[in-house]
Design a protein around this ligand. Structure first.
Ligand code: NAD
Length: 509
């Protein structure tokens, strides 16, 4: 049920039943360029308005979204096939990104005074200021059309940027409606949505000053190359193959419940889904029995009581089916699910056992409702296999031993580790969300860093003693002054100014 695109129009269909939801027009390169020009013009005043005034607009926008929750959730379900609880997370919890950055922008954007750290800068007053990138281009995928938009748009707008959003051609409707909300409250015209596929996306890359891309590793690499050619900063949040490690001292009931939800939430279409599980031999049988029981109990559909919804694209169903059928052909067993649904973009919630790293289900991103489980000898083997991946987005560790979990976290090559839990790093706005290895470059969120990333940092210096006509280092030179300067500079550089003068480098905000 992928959208049909003609040169100018795009059909959005409901993945659950193929019903046409809406036909919308595609924005070509000229349209993107024109919209970008208008955004740039409006951004000048937006930046001058300051964080307090911008925060007021952001709060009003959040209130508009919350007042339209039902309408937005209906639309989101129609274009994604999500079950209602999964869709509601997007249209409610994601508002926290707006609240957080609206509430903290003034503090995060304040100028910072910085102490001098060398002889030549000692007589200077030093500070850092944060100046927004004029135009941020946001390119988002189809799995979370609202969450992945708001978690980047909120800090960028709070920073004073204008934002041009290209949501996925598979799911453009709800994002476009949320942006209509911005205009309905009468906010300044610094936020716009464009529709289309890769051509529209690359026009956004070309038009923006900073690109925030979320999507597959393949497309992310192409976007990064394009940005490199233009010397344009880019942040990439890409694919993953997140491992879970279940140890012999784990609370197995919690581990099975957590991994079932972490693997199947949003029909497994989450960048930080549990995509592979390593269980030590002593508890393997019991864990598999518990997990299988939970997964078999789940219902599928988009009804009010259903647990697992449809998948957004037919292509993703194909990939999931290939991973499962290839694994089964190589000796794996599907103890739950293991096949497509009867109609629509459905794939049954699946548990695979007897899997290993020769199978794509353990090494490639599946992005579907499957949980392959592998028996391992011990903790060391689990860590080695967890790290045996080109991806490094996040991981989970299940044990009752807190110190052991912390130790293991430090051996895992992943941007986040959730202990006895899944997904909790995603809504922890004070923590960075970043992929290692082929899962990305840069980071989002992370408190002040999440806002500073949308700014250019300006270094400002000022003499402490502006009454002097000349600095000691200025003209004219003389042999005597050069000799003194040489001695002083060599002494200080050699011994370290910090020890000699007891100076330390720290922010004094
Ligand atoms: P995708 O890479 O196919 O598309 C992502 C976006 O890029 C879409 O809007 C698409 O139209 C656009 N695009 C395509 N070609 C482009 C080009 N040449 N220039 C600019 N834009 C272009 O990804 P997808 O299939 O929509 O999403 C699924 C992927 O996203 C998965 O790999 C998943 O892991 C990843 N993802 C990552 C995160 C994260 O935070 N790390 C979050 C969600 C999804």
């Amino acid at each position: 049920m992928s959208p049909t695109t003609t040169a100018t129009m795009l059909e959005v269909r409901n993945p659950a039943d193929g019903r046409l939801v809406e036909t919308i027009s595609v924005d070509d390169r000229d349209a993107v360029t024109r919209i970008a020009t208008e955004l740039r013009l409006a951004q000048v005043t937006w930046a001058e308005d300051g964080p307090r005034q911008r925060s007021q607009w952001l709060h009003q926008w959040r209130d508009w979204i919350l007042a339209h929750t039902d309408e937005l959730t209906d639309l989101l379900q129609a274009e994604t096939g999500k079950v209602r609880p999964d869709a509601l997370v997007e249209t409610t919890a994601s508002c926290e990104f707006i609240t957080y950055y609206a509430n903290h922008a003034e503090d995060f954007l304040a100028d910072e005074r910085v102490r001098s750290a060398g002889l030549l800068s000692l007589p200077k007053r030093l500070s850092k200021t944060y100046r927004p990138h004029p135009l941020v281009g946001l390119i988002t995928p189809w799995n979370f059309p609202i969450t992945l938009f708001l978690m980047d748009a909120a800090p960028a707008l709070a920073a004073g940027c204008a934002v041009l959003v290209k949501s996925s051609e598979e799911t453009p409707l709800t994002c476009a409606r949320v942006i209509e909300g911005w205009h309905e409250i009468g906010a300044p015209p610094v936020l716009a949505h464009v529709t289309g596929a890769s051509d529209t996306g690359s026009a956004v890359v070309d038009a923006a000053d900073f690109v925030q891309f979320t999507g597959s590793t393949v497309t992310g690499r192409a976007v990064a190359l394009r940005c490199a050619e233009q010397l344009k900063p880019v942040s990439l949040e890409l694919g993953g193959k997140d491992p879970a490690i279940v140890l012999e001292d784990a609370d197995l009931a919690r581990a099975a419940e957590g991994i079932a939800w972490g693997g199947l939430f949003n029909a497994g279409q989450v960048c930080i889904s549990v995509e592979r599980v390593y269980v030590v031999a002593q508890v393997y049988e019991e864990f598999v029995a518990r997990l299988t029981e939970r997964v078999q109990s789940l219902t599928q559909g988009v009804g009010a009581r259903d647990d697992v919804g449809a998948m957004v694209t037919a292509r993703q169903v194909e990939i999931t089916d290939r991973h499962v059928s290839e694994a089964v052909a190589s000796g794996a067993n599907a103890v739950a699910g293991g096949r497509r649904g009867e109609a629509g973009n459905y794939y049954l919630p699946t548990v695979l056992i007897d899997v290993d790293h020769t199978m794509a289900c353990m090494t490639e991103e599946t992005f579907g409702p499957t949980i392959p489980v592998m028996r391992v000898a011990d903790e060391d083997e689990a860590i080695r296999l967890a790290n045996d991946s080109p991806y490094g987005l996040s991981a989970t560790v299940w044990t009752r031993d807190h110190a052991r979990a912390q130790r293991i976290a430090r051996r895992l090559d992943a941007g986040a580790v959730n202990i006895n839990d899944v997904f909790s790093n995603l809504f922890a706005m004070t923590l960075p969300h970043s992929g290692w290895k082929s899962s990305g470059t840069g980071a989002r969120l992370g408190g002040a860093d999440g806002l500073h990333k949308y700014c250019r940092v300006q270094a400002v210096t000022e003499p402490r003693f502006p009454v002097l006509t000349r600095e000691l280092t200025w003209y004219p030179y003389s042999a005597r002054r050069t000799a003194i300067a040489r001695r002083v500079l060599r002494t200080v550089a050699g011994r370290g100014l910090r020890q000699r003068l007891g100076l330390h480098q720290e922010h004094i905000r």
